[in-house]
Design a protein. Structure first.
Length: 103
């Protein structure tokens, strides 16, 4: 009986961060990664631009992991993450549409 309780408690502790889902943000991150890859393939993004955008995407993902770390993503954290994703999206757009190109 005690063993079952311990196992159930361990499973509950493991699954708590999974409850703090951010599917909308995950979809945006995926879309933004695709936009960066497309910009590299088309030559719209230079190497330094790409490097900066990838670092920004990593930072956004790190902030998301930090927000999920306690098992709950609060409304404030969610709003901050969305705002950061908006900024990254604008950066990607600006870099892809500036006059610089790899070719």
């Amino acid at each position: 009986m005690l063993r079952q309780i311990v196992i159930m408690a361990a499973l509950a502790a493991i699954s708590v961060p999974a409850l703090a889902g951010t599917p909308r943000l995950d979809a945006r991150e995926h879309n933004q990664r695709d936009r960066i890859v497309q910009g590299v393939r088309s030559g719209e993004l230079t190497r330094p631009e790409t490097r900066r955008l990838v670092v920004g995407e990593r930072r956004l993902h790190m902030h998301e992991r930090y927000a999920k770390s306690d098992g709950v993503v609060t409304a404030g954290e969610r709003a901050r993450l969305e705002r950061n994703a908006d900024r990254m999206s604008a950066r990607i757009y600006r870099q892809k549409h500036d006059p610089q190109s790899r070719w």
